[in-house]
Design a protein around this ligand. Structure first.
Ligand SMILES: [Zn+2]
Length: 475
């Protein structure tokens, strides 16, 4: 009997916080069991030739929306398949009660098992959930969720206060199905998260930072001023100032409560500046996230092409903002890059700006875009890319040592990347259920040719292999 299940032979291993080393890697029982300069192929059931390739820890796509617009099981099957294309082995998906998702409210003690049951058996990657306590009763569930339920991260949406824009409605209560959803509610969540730190992992609150009252004003101004149906108009309606003010509110409360926080999808130079300034001044445990689309898409380019497929919250900004975010990635101010993947079909976008649903997919581009735009174009090291895509989000979300690492004993989740493979992005290439792609046509250099989940090849040469084996991760 072979000593190893899988041997990854002759590759360059990309070790987060260490660097790149030539080495062989072998797995047993789904974990990394050997790292050496030369392992014997006869010792392994299966050999993956990685000559001339980079071997990264599989990405931990830390911002995801399974089941927001389609049934959970359908998204789990079709969207985590796309994740494998992008070299992702774990997705951490946001879930909340209220409109979209299951379109109901109630205790997470009831709803989380339903969500898990709907996803089980369908996902190609491992998965966990961040939960948003939408009403006061759900805030009271935080100790139990951190304990037995394996949920170590939560979410608050700064902009659901007062009204909701997505459905072109100003009725936030109907949307959130909450009792009180405001800064008082946020303060209570932060107190509860700060008080429930088990010590063996970080428990944190993620924040979507846009300020509601300012959005109301700027939306009204855009609509009164010709109401252009463009992505630039959408950005003008929710300008970077709304991010700055929300970041000020959120970080002030984080300081007051001692709550570890993550600022999600910073979209602009102003948001990044506000976050970095608050972090330095207040000494917070605060991690900063950017998305692929805020790094790589801009409304100046997309509006020339037309279409609203890239409508998302916060909005796609100008070129200068994308460059400022890349500078934050380069400097180390940004902790990780995620996709904010939300499968949203063309029919839910249409040609009318306000009714179009926000969000779109990008998980299949996580490593490819970081390699193409980050490594090849901007000189980021493979090591830094492994930290941004895998190790940093794993550490922030209670998965250090299990995910995002190529160390002995870690889950054998990895992706073999051909750094020189160049392809133009197409909707088909990404193997998502989404029928359009705002990145369509972009030429990307550096693609996974194989993705391995817990020691077994799950994706190879453009095809998923076998059956979905993803499991829920209690964190
Ligand atoms: Zn999101």
């Amino acid at each position: 009997m072979a000593r190893y299940e899988l041997l990854v032979k002759n590759g360059t291993l990309v070790l987060p916080y260490v660097g790149e080393v030539r080495g062989d890697l072998a797995t047993r029982d789904g974990r990394i069991a050997a790292l050496a300069d030369d392992l014997d192929p006869a010792e392994a059931d299966e050999v993956l030739d990685a000559t001339g390739k980079l071997v990264f820890p599989a990405a931990v796509d830390a911002h995801y929306h399974l089941g927001i617009y389609r049934p959970l099981a359908v998204d789990a099957a079709e969207e985590t398949r796309s994740s494998l294309v992008g070299g992702v082995g774990t997705v951490l998906s946001y879930f909340r009660t209220g409109q979209h998702y299951l379109n109901r409210t109630g205790p997470y003690a009831e709803i989380l098992p339903e969500v898990r049951a709907a996803v089980a058996g369908h996902a190609w990657t491992d998965y966990g959930f961040h939960l948003a306590p939408m009403d006061t009763a759900q805030v009271g569930e935080i100790p139990a969720l951190v304990g037995a339920a394996g949920i170590s991260s939560f979410k608050y949406y700064m902009f659901y206060k007062g009204f909701n824009l997505s459905a072109d409605s100003r009725d936030a209560k109907a949307f959130t199905m909450s009792d009180e959803y405001d800064l008082g509610h946020l303060y209570q969540i932060m107190e509860a998260v700060a008080a429930n730190q088990p010590g063996d992992r970080r428990v944190s609150l993620s924040l979507h930072c846009e300020q509601a009252e300012l959005m109301r004003l700027f939306i009204d101004r855009v609509r009164a001023n010709g109401d252009p149906q463009t992505l630039k108009a959408y950005s003008d309606a929710r300008p970077p100032l709304t991010e700055r003010v929300a970041i000020g509110e959120a970080t002030t409360l984080a300081k007051a409560t001692g709550c570890p926080v993550n600022l999600l999808h910073l979209s602009s130079a102003e948001a990044l500046d506000a976050a970095a300034t608050a972090k330095a001044a207040l000494g917070l445990d605060m991690r900063l996230e950017v998305t692929l689309h805020h790094l790589c898409l801009d409304h100046e380019t997309l509006d020339q092409r037309g279409g609203l497929g890239a409508k998302v919250n916060p909005p796609i900004r100008a070129v200068a903002d994308t460059e400022a975010l890349w500078e934050g990635v380069r400097s180390g101010a940004i902790d990780w890059v995620a996709s904010d993947h939300a499968c949203c079909l063309e029919e839910n976008k249409g040609n009318a700006l306000w009714p179009a649903l926000p969000g779109f997919g990008g998980t299949g581009l996580l490593y490819p875009v970081l390699l193409s735009e980050g490594m090849h174009k901007r000189g980021l090291s493979p090591r830094r890319i492994a930290e941004l895509a895998a190790a940093n989000p794993a550490a922030a979300y209670g998965l250090a040592g299990r995910k995002g690492s190529l160390m002995l004993g870690a889950d054998a989740d990895l992706t073999v990347v051909d750094p020189e493979l160049e392809q133009a992005v197409t909707t088909e290439l990404l193997q998502s259920g989404q029928d359009h792609c705002p990145f369509e046509g972009r030429v990307v250099r550096g693609w996974p040719i194989a993705t391995v989940l817990r020691g077994r090849v799950a994706y190879r040469e453009g095809k998923v292999v076998g059956a979905p084996r993803g499991e829920f991760l209690a964190r």
